[in-house]
Design a protein around this ligand. Structure first.
Ligand code: ATP
Length: 954
């Protein structure tokens, strides 16, 4: 029943009441002191030794001192029960529920004793734990006295100082004239605790003749531990308090001090203590939990919240019998706010078949929940969940409650899970096997089982999807296969980071042999035609510069590393979005669709399903925990991520982690990445072209040949700087957190290190100048530190003896003529401790020494493979790179030259000499003639001589 008073008014009345009670208690205590009873200075000064004479360990919160005239009896160890009424104020110091007629002296006799209660009921009056208390209360007709009740209840107050505080500040005895009659009759003394917070009238109302505990329990069950009858029937002598509403979604407990109760309060997550009112308050969500805990305390009872739901108050089932249609539900997705609502919350999808109601407490609403057959209450999260098929009915009923407002499931969720909502299914629909008979059999046969599933998923989603497989799982091959399924709708547009444009062209030709050689059009400048090929491959940045041509629409578009579109404000995103929305098939690829926050997913979702969230704001409110700030909306946080994941997986996204499909993956996956030749500047290009020409013409002697080759090799390193750095930065932007980059030339190692420093990316570097003592600690740091992303390593100085298995990707920025060295370098990550499949990326640039080094490496590997000395799949990549140079006679000459220089001389000694010569020639300004290197570089005379020998060796 509502009193009509505000909380503040109630609080003030309560305060005044407490003050009055305290004054009265003081008066009584003063008169008691006058008679030499508890609280008298004399008794307060008693030390523990004195107090223990009679077996009681008492401070001021312990057993009352006997009234004059009873002291002699005490000495004898024989006590008579005091007059209940007289003793009541004296019990002030007891910690437990010390009865005023407790059979004193029982502690002096070994073993429990049974005493007949005054009223014939079994009341527990022991200053002991709640469990003992309850147990005792079930004993008919007798009191169960413990051996030493004071020890049990008050030992924690042995410290007299604390006891003093406890008594003076917390315990205010209830004057006898204010005690309810029942309590007086019950032979139970007043609870020796402060009655603050509980009105006297309240006590009168709530204290009832003792009911058997069983009955009380039944009543308690009705109201999640807070049923009024239950708490009041507990124990008459318990400290009493009550729960009152505190603001919209909290309640306050108005009660006196109890250490036990405070301990319970401290376990409640939403607790808050108000020092002004000295009251604890809690979220309504914790109400049931708190009441259940309090139920277990023997010394405390709490009156439940007004309006607390009990079984007899269940709302009419009519309100939930009608089930709104899906159409109605979709309508209610907007405009669900209720101005009158007091309790607000939201519905959230928690699995493919269930949703949760995340909301504050309301009795009527809980009544509704309890009528839902599929209800489930999670004790941990304190939330109710239901089957989706119950959603329409429950939402219909909630909408009829004026004080409850629950944000519904978002429209896309309702659309996507329509089958579950309409009870047509609860299990995941099987994705049918797509008919790929029109696609090149090479690719179809080459798909790994999980890749085939990815293709099936894409086709079941009509070619609009976000393929979010982990890095290295073959998104390229899946995307090519999906696009090939829609070949009739080509021309195809592929948008990629610029560093992998040529790799894409290679991949199309590798996997779709039916393509004619000229079908791929890699856009290199803004002046190129975007639509001149059957397959057009363009970088994000060039796409944004080709706005005039963007009016041409493509029906099928692949976007590699689609998270590059995460920011709607960027030119690349603004250019791509209209194309994507207009296309019939959109295949987005990203191993890391969102790198830091869900807001980054919005553009990708909008590209695949523009109808899901037409406005970013609604997406932001639901999944970015959007908050209005003085400067505008902040969408940088996240919310309801579980629901977002479920929604995406059901509708547009497929994502497998390496761990999920490890058994289908090879231990090492090597990829040839053809890096962009236009990164090479004009001067270098000219030098390389001249060197190639000269090499094709031939040289007078071996020395010239070798000099020319080393020169070519060194210039290649210089030429690749731009593309290598671009590739590394793309990897970092794609979310690669840890990888190794191997290079040979100092100029390239330096350029990579400088760029990483400039971009403030953590890295380690190990090259020939790194002291061996330092190597180990560098490696250990790289292994454990999340801040170290890249290991920049020299192929020759760090290909052995170091473990860097915390990475699972190795990038070779340069090639090396000896495949054994490359494999050794790969094995820095592919070793014991590695739990993942390892990716190896070889960056090759056309028009450089790589044109010859790569086939040479393949050749050597093939030979080793045939002898069972190498892994076969290295040579499988030859085909992938289209390096059939030996068919061109000029190239054949150069290739032979490489073969002779780097292989024919191939004993260990020559290998060492070659490396030294290469190192000596690393500075292109030194020139590469053996003698000039010998003269200019700072090698030891002995080493210089050896380099000279290498060049002179015929
Ligand atoms: N079915 C397959 N058969 C043979 N090789 C495959 C297959 N699938 C993938 N590969 C190879 O695995 C390597 C990794 O594939 P791909 O580059 O497509 O991965 P990804 O998922 O795009 O990785 P990232 O996200 O790092 O770009 C490539 O060398 C690719 O050729």
């Amino acid at each position: 029943m509502s009193s009509g008073l505000t909380e503040e008014q109630k609080r003030r009345i309560e305060e005044n009441r407490q003050k009055a009670l305290a004054r009265r208690a003081e008066r009584q205590a003063a008169s008691a002191r006058g008679q030499g009873e508890v609280g008298s200075p004399a008794s307060q000064r008693l030390g523990p030794a004195n107090l223990q004479q009679d077996g009681w360990r008492v401070g001021l919160c312990s057993r009352p001192q006997p009234a004059p005239g009873r002291q002699g009896q005490q000495k004898d160890g024989i006590e008579k029960g005091p007059n209940p009424i007289d003793a009541r104020p004296l019990a002030a110091g007891l910690c437990g529920a010390q009865p005023n007629n407790y059979p004193q002296g029982s502690n002096q006799v070994g073993g429990p004793r049974l005493f007949p209660p005054a009223d014939g009921w079994s009341h527990s009056h022991l200053p002991c734990s709640g469990a003992q208390h309850q147990q005792a209360s079930l004993q008919p007709k007798y009191y169960l006295a413990s051996k030493n009740p004071t020890e049990a209840s008050c030992s924690r107050f042995a410290d007299s100082k604390r006891a003093d505080v406890c008594c003076r500040t917390e315990y205010t005895p209830l004057p006898s004239d204010l005690m309810p009659m029942d309590a007086g009759r019950s032979t139970c003394g007043p609870c020796p605790k402060k009655y603050g917070g509980s009105s006297v009238s309240h006590l009168y109302r709530t204290v009832q003749p003792f009911a058997p505990l069983k009955e009380a329990k039944v009543q308690e069950r009705d109201s999640c531990g807070g049923g009024s009858s239950a708490v009041h029937n507990k124990i008459g002598c318990a400290l009493k308090g009550r729960c009152v509403r505190h603001g919209g979604d909290r309640f306050q407990v108005e009660v006196g001090y109890s250490a036990e109760l405070i301990a319970v309060f401290k376990t409640i997550p939403s607790r808050s203590y108000d020092p002004a009112t000295k009251m604890w308050n809690f979220s309504l969500e914790d109400y049931c939990h708190l009441m259940n805990e309090v139920k277990e305390l023997s010394s405390v009872t709490l009156t439940p919240l007004e309006g607390m739901y009990t079984a007899s108050q269940v709302p009419s089932s009519d309100s939930i019998s009608t089930k709104p249609t899906l159409k109605t539900l979709l309508k209610t997705c907007s405009g669900w706010q209720k101005p009158s609502a007091i309790v607000k919350g939201k519905c959230v999808l928690i699995s493919r078949s269930r949703f949760e109601v995340d909301i504050g407490y309301d009795a009527e609403m809980i009544g509704l929940f309890k009528q839902m057959g599929s209800r489930n209450y999670d004790m941990k999260t304190r939330k109710w969940s239901f089957l989706l098929e119950d959603y329409p009915r429950l939402m219909g009923a909630i909408q009829s409650l004026p004080s409850i407002e629950s944000e519904p499931l978002p429209k896309p969720v309702i659309q996507t899970f329509a089958a579950q909502l309409e009870e047509t299914t609860t299990c995941a629909a099987d994705i049918p096997d797509a008919d790929l008979s029109a696609v090149d059999s090479k690719i179809v046969a080459g798909l790994m089982p999980f890749q085939r599933e990815g293709v099936n998923f894409a086709i079941s989603r009509e070619g609009r999807l976000l393929l979010a497989d982990d890095m290295g799982l073959g998104k390229t091959v899946q995307a090519i296969c999906i696009a090939a399924y829609y070949r009739k709708e080509w021309p195809l547009l592929v948008v990629t980071p610029s560093s992998v444009r040529f790799t894409w062209a290679e991949a199309f030709h590798r996997w779709l042999p039916s393509l004619s050689p000229g079908s791929t059009n890699v856009i290199v400048t803004g002046k190129d035609t975007l639509t001149s090929g059957l397959i057009n491959i363009v970088s994000f940045d060039l796409l944004s510069k080709m706005d005039k041509q963007l009016k041409e629409t493509f029906q099928v578009i692949i976007v590699d590393e689609s998270h590059f579109l995460k920011n709607i404000k960027t030119a690349r995103c603004r250019a791509a979005m209209p194309l994507l929305k207009a296309a019939k098939r959109v295949i987005l690829l990203s191993g890391t669709p969102a790198l830091s926050r869900p807001a980054e997913l919005y553009t990708q979702i909008a590209a695949v399903r523009p109808s899901f969230f037409p406005q970013f704001h609604s997406f932001g409110l639901r999944y970015c925990d959007a908050k209005k700030m003085p400067w505008g909306w902040d969408y940088s946080r996240s919310s309801n991520l579980g629901e977002l994941k479920l929604l995406l997986e059901e509708s547009i996204m497929i994502r497998r982690l390496k761990l999920d499909v490890l058994s289908q993956l090879p231990a090492k996956q090597r990829t040839v990445v053809v890096v962009a030749p236009e990164g090479i500047n004009a001067k270098t290009k000219a030098v390389l072209a001249a060197a190639t020409k000269q090499m094709a013409r031939g040289y007078k002697n071996k020395r010239e040949e070798k000099e020319a080759l080393l020169h070519f090799y060194n210039r290649t390193a210089e030429a690749k700087i731009h593309s290598v750095i671009e590739y590394i930065l793309d990897l970092l932007e794609s979310g690669r957190e840890k990888f190794l980059v191997f290079a040979h030339h100092k100029i390239l190692l330096d350029a990579i290190s400088e760029e990483l420093e400039k971009k403030r990316i953590g890295y380690i570097r190990i090259d020939g100048s790194t002291p061996s003592a330092e190597r180990q600690s560098l490696c250990q740091n790289f292994q454990v530190s999340e801040k170290l992303s890249v290991a920049v390593l020299s192929i020759t100085a760090a290909n052995m003896g170091v473990t860097l298995s915390s990475a699972d990707l190795v990038v070779f920025a340069e090639l090396f003529w000896n495949p054994g060295v490359l494999i050794q370098a790969e094995d820095r990550v592919h070793r014991i401790g590695q739990t993942s499949s390892v990716s190896i990326h070889y960056l090759v640039a056309k028009g450089t020494a790589d044109d010859f080094l790569w086939p040479m490496i393949q050749e050597k590997i093939k030979v080793l493979g045939a002898a069972g000395l190498s892994e076969a799949n290295f040579s499988e990549m030859t085909e992938a790179t289209n390096y059939f140079i030996k068919q061109d006679p000029r190239q054949k000459t150069i290739y032979d030259l490489f073969q002779k220089a780097f292989s024919d001389d191939g004993d260990d000694h020559d290998e060492t000499l070659l490396m030294e010569a290469v190192t000596a020639c690393q500075n292109p300004d030194l020139g590469c003639a053996g003698h000039s290197a010998k003269d200019s570089c700072s090698e030891s005379p002995h080493k210089k001589q050896r380099i000279e020998d290498f060049f002179c060796k015929q």
